[in-house]
Design a protein around this ligand. Sequence first.
Ligand SMILES: NC(=O)c1ccc[n+]([C@@H]2O[C@H](COP(=O)([O-])OP(=O)(O)OC[C@H]3O[C@@H](n4cnc5c(N)ncnc54)[C@H](O)[C@@H]3O)[C@@H](O)[C@H]2O)c1
Length: 459
Amino acid sequence: MGSGECQDIGRRAFLERAAWAVTVAAVGSGAASKAAPVQGKASLVGFAASKLEKIRVAVIGTGGRGGSAVHRLCHVPGVEVVALCELDENKAKHHQQALKKNGFREPQLFIGPEAYKKLCESGVCDLVHINTNWESHGMIARYSVECGIHTMVEVPGVRRIDDAWAIVEAAEKNRCHCMPLSNCCYDEDAMTMINAAHAGILGELVHGEGCYLHFTRNLRSQGFQDANRIFSSLEALRNHTGMCYCVHALGPISLAMNINRGDRLEHLVSMGNKGFGWEMYAQKKFGPKARVSQIRFEANDFNTTCVYTAQGKTILLRQCNDVPMPYTRFNSIYGFNGTIETRPLRVAVEKKFDAGAGNFLEGAELDAFRAKYGSPLWRKDAATAKRIGGHGGQDYFMDFRWAHCIRNGLPLDMNVYDLAAWSAIFELSEKSVRNRSQAQDIPDFMRGAWKTTKPDTAI
Ligand SMILES: NC(=O)c1ccc[n+]([C@@H]2O[C@H](COP(=O)([O-])OP(=O)(O)OC[C@H]3O[C@@H](n4cnc5c(N)ncnc54)[C@H](O)[C@@H]3O)[C@@H](O)[C@H]2O)c1
């Protein structure tokens, strides 16, 4: 390499660093939409990292969710599980030995509350898959993107807006992926809905709805471990309220409505009942004098949040997980030309109404709709997804997709701006609930770049 070339690279790097410094200086954690637009290379819009033939993955948190991720990931093409990081050595060892027994490479263990730091600095992995409890997602994801490692974050994303900003800034600076593990975006019906919306079937969309209502078995019956102790996920509900778990409801709607791709979440209002379900359950099960019955939970039992978008659309989100009812999760979108609801898939189009038949598509018509807009992933490989599993196969497709994109040097289906915007609902819905449902501005994590970002194509 000649010295001129060397100087050129040095100058280019300097200019890039200078541009970066200007962008970051303009983006304080509270600077919602006043910040300067994100420029050129600083933005991660359409970002694709260099191709990796083999992706070395570390799973952080190997409890219920992380434990199943470990085994699922071993079957994802191009992925090798090289490390497990846990507080509890026995849990990690259990999965380590299971992998070994099944003929996979024995992953290295990183044990302890701050072992994720050592893991991120060790160079053993290209990507971390974060499956710890809600509280620590922000702290761990922040650290891993600061180390320049591709980072996948379990729902509900990160709890604090300053963590979300820090993750956006670090991912932009270090040019790494950071994606919410929003498995519900890979639900078969949800993918059909998203693809049909992108194909323009409903015309201009006006409204979206998502709900995640179900009886979280492990939060109620297992949530109270005994008369003295509560399960870790319940800890998160003691001092917080609002919509704490919005991603299953919001993720698919957000993609269908091109949020962060021509539109953005702009402000919200949130309302929830004065939660009492957890306390009543503890009293009923353990008696009023038990230690767990003295715990006050601030969380709403039922929360409803309405989001307004920059393009004047609305999104209604509902969440409840302590009222006995079967698992109910659906997403629906409403447009100028029709309506699509999921789980079960129901489609209504204006031309049918014009023809005097104002019903949802049925039989052969619905089958034809599915065939046309359903995802090729489900069409081609449903059997593999169902066999490897995870919520009927959607978890497999979620991991399959990011791995496929990274192996082929493609942008991911969801990005750090989605993680940040969806996560913001957490803190802002809580603020709204605590302030008589006052409207809360949602930060513009893309600093204007959403205006020129093109919608995604079908997957
Ligand atoms: N997408 C989905 O469908 C879905 C389903 C269930 C749970 N989740 C999410 O997955 C996450 C984990 O939930 P879970 O039910 O498996 O909880 P869990 O308590 O069973 O597991 C969490 C694990 O993380 C470990 N951990 C905590 N802090 C750690 C740290 N600093 N370093 C390393 N390990 C740490 C804990 O020891 C525990 O084993 C939660 O955020 C939850 O919201 C998502």
